[in-house]
Design a protein around this ligand. Structure first.
Ligand SMILES: *[C@@H]1O[C@H](CO)[C@@H](O)[C@H](O)[C@H]1NC(C)=O
Length: 204
């Protein structure tokens, strides 16, 4: 009787084992890593902000994002409603995404939606991001302030000075509108080197 029980138990274990093997074989799945991707938006301005970035609200404000996408590593894509005004302004309502001083962000790099990246000319550079939509195109535009008109951002690929604080001011001393080519059309920002815009954000 004992022997029979042992044999039955053995059979049970064997059957269970075989069942498990066939089950795990039929359920075999190749692990797929989630694609680190945040979609663009046609009615929100967006930008990927690395975790090492701290936005300041001084002068132009720091509005809250309408949505956030966290599927990209080392940061998040924030989506913002468009500012009502089409140029930088320090009068209420304050509509900026926020500001960053290069002195507080020692390896600052901004990449645009075309994948070109830019670094500041010096620690005197302070930037402000503005969300703006016009003609069905929403984007995050970079206002540049610095001690001199010729300070701004240098291309990491060509090494040439491409965007300057001075170029954003019209002859009548008003700021030019965000859609002027003197503003970087930003896709990503980081304080620890350039983040390629594989985590695509702003519509282009
Ligand atoms: C640098 O960061 C500190 C701390 O967040 C902040 O108080 C200060 O205003 C920043 N500097 C500039 C020039 O924005």
């Amino acid at each position: 009787m004992l022997t029979l029980n042992i044999i039955l138990l053995f059979l049970c274990v064997t059957t269970y084992g075989l069942a498990r093997v066939s089950m795990s074989t039929s359920n075999f799945v190749i692990p797929v890593e989630a694609k680190p991707y945040c979609p663009g938006s046609s009615d929100k301005a967006s930008i990927f902000i690395a975790n090492n970035v701290q936005l300041q609200s001084k002068f132009y404000g720091a509005v809250s994002p309408a949505n956030t996408c966290t599927t990209c590593p080392n940061g998040k894509a924030n989506y913002y409603d468009s500012a009502a005004e089409d140029e930088p302004h320090g009068t209420p309502p304050l509509e900026a995404i926020g500001s960053i001083a290069a002195v507080n962000c020692t390896n600052m790099c901004i990449c645009d939606t075309a994948g070109d990246c830019y670094t500041p000319t010096g620690y005197d550079v302070v930037i402000t991001f503005w969300p703006y939509c016009s003609d069905g195109k929403c984007g995050t535009y970079v206002q540049i302030r610095a001690n001199s008109d010729s300070s701004g951002f240098v291309s990491t690929t060509t090494g040439s000075l491409t965007f300057t604080a001075g170029a954003q001011v019209a002859p009548n001393y008003d700021f030019k509108p965000f859609t002027d080519p003197s503003y970087i059309y930003a896709a990503t920002v980081s304080c620890e080197g350039c983040v390629a815009s594989s985590c695509r954000t702003t519509s282009s």
